[in-house]
Ligand binder design. Structure first.
Ligand code: ATP
Length: 400
């Protein structure tokens, strides 16, 4: 059992300047695989080093199962780290590389033999003990590095971009291997990467960092569907970013107009306010392209066939949009209209609301969900009549 807690961690390199890690708090559950994800320089490696004891925080605490480990030096911490460069000793055999940590800890010879054999077995290299690192492929060397960490039976495994030295194909293969080994051992794992596809494919939860700050920690599905901040929304996957403003109970986002059900509730619920700078996000796969549908008239600028889907750029009311259309669906060219199936609204960079209601169907009432005092369409600059681009936004689940 090993639950990791980072409690208001702060780390500054030198005096002045922004901290590399700012007030970072998060928890990793027992047996969980968490990825720290973010752009270069956002503080991922610094965080991992703070956990492993290679750096001392300026403030905050690192706890395992509720007990602070800050006073322990790296070799006394129940953690083991695997680095991007495998750092195997070239003059030692694979077996000796793996055994070294146990020898330093003065474990009995028969125990060392048993644990090294088990570690080699675990990483799928049972017959490779006598080889030297130079006689192994990159993937095999990385597995030895993993065995060398696991043989110490740490309670927390720390991995710093361990797959980035491998070629693309091997990297994908090693992801599967790594998660299978982690599941087998059941070890609590923190994995650093700047590769969102890697994080999305291996993590139970992803902690997205930006400039030393934790922006969101959630399952990959949740991070994609409900990005908590505009940074996460644009860093993970692709997002159409539309300037938005509210006018008399309606929100205008790029070419689209939507009814706001209850502005008072939105303002109270999320801490952000519709009075702040508003930006709407629409995923390209959430744009619905129809012939004379209920959306806004649009024209296609380009279509790129990417095999299983098409990447369509289009313009609606002067706004450039990107849509992903599955190969199985036709792309209408005659009287094309576009409407968002789903829209995320951000105020001052924070998620204020999402609509799960879908595109308005003809015959429904755009003002039906506004909760009284439905605004007049003429109140919207460059108004679109309801049913032509207006999306019923209620119910809008407000993120707590
Ligand atoms: P990458 O993906 O490029 O490895 P990262 O997210 O792991 O980046 P860190 O290595 O943690 O980022 O660095 C965070 C910030 O701290 C960066 O601005 C970096 O320049 C700075 N930094 C890191 N190590 C040092 C150091 N030893 N001395 C001074 N500044 C440092």
């Amino acid at each position: 059992m090993a639950r990791l807690e980072l409690d208001h961690l702060v780390k500054r390199y030198g005096r002045g300047g922004e901290p590399a890690v700012q007030d970072l708090s998060l928890e990793v559950n027992d047996g969980e695989f968490v990825c720290l994800l973010g752009p270069s320089g956002c503080g991922k490696t610094t965080t991992l080093r703070l956990i492993g004891g290679f750096l001392k925080p300026d403030a905050g605490d690192v706890r395992i199962d509720g007990t602070s480990i800050l006073k322990e030096p790296p070799e006394r911490r129940p953690t083991a780290m695997v680095f991007q460069r495998y750092a195997l000793w070239p003059h030692m055999t694979v077996w000796d590389n793996i055994a070294f940590g146990l020898q330093v800890r003065r474990r009995p010879r028969d125990e060392i033999a048993r644990r090294v054999e088990a570690a080699l077995e675990l990483v799928g290299l049972p017959a490779m003990g006598r080889r030297y690192p130079a006689q192994l492929s990159g993937g095999q060397q990385q597995r030895v590095a993993l065995a060398r960490a696991l043989v110490l039976e740490p309670r927390i495994l720390l991995l710093d971009e361990p797959l980035s030295n491998l070629d693309a194909q091997l990297r994908v293969h090693m992801r599967t291997e790594l998660t299978a080994i982690q599941r087998r051992v059941g070890i609590t794992t923190v994995f650093v990467t700047h590769d969102q596809e890697e994080a999305m494919s291996i993590a139970d939860r992803i902690a997205v960092m930006n400039a030393g700050v934790l922006e969101q920690m959630d399952s990959p599905e949740e991070i994609y569907a409900q990005p908590a901040t505009l940074f996460v929304a644009t860093f993970i996957g692709t997002m159409n970013r539309l300037d938005a403003h509210v006018d008399a109970g309606w929100v205008r986002a790029g070419p689209f107009v939507a009814a706001l059900p209850d502005i008072g509730r939105l303002n109270a619920g999320s801490g952000a306010s519709v009075d702040g700078a508003l930006v709407a996000g629409v995923r390209p796969e959430d744009l619905v392209l129809e012939t004379a549908g209920q959306g806004v008239p649009a024209r296609i600028d380009s279509v790129v066939d990417l095999g299983h889907y098409r990447r369509v750029t289009l313009t609606a009311e002067g706004t450039s949009l990107l849509a992903f259309v599955p190969r199985s669906e036709p792309i209408p060219t005659d009287r094309l209209t576009v409407a968002p199936r789903r829209l995320l609204l951000y105020a001052d960079g924070h998620l204020l609301a999402t609509n799960e209601g879908g595109v308005k169907r003809s015959g429904s009432n755009a003002s039906g969900s506004t909760g009284g005092g439905s605004p007049s369409i003429s109140a919207i600059s460059s108004a679109i009549e309801p049913g032509k681009g207006a999306i019923p936004l209620g119910p809008w689940p407000v993120r707590k």
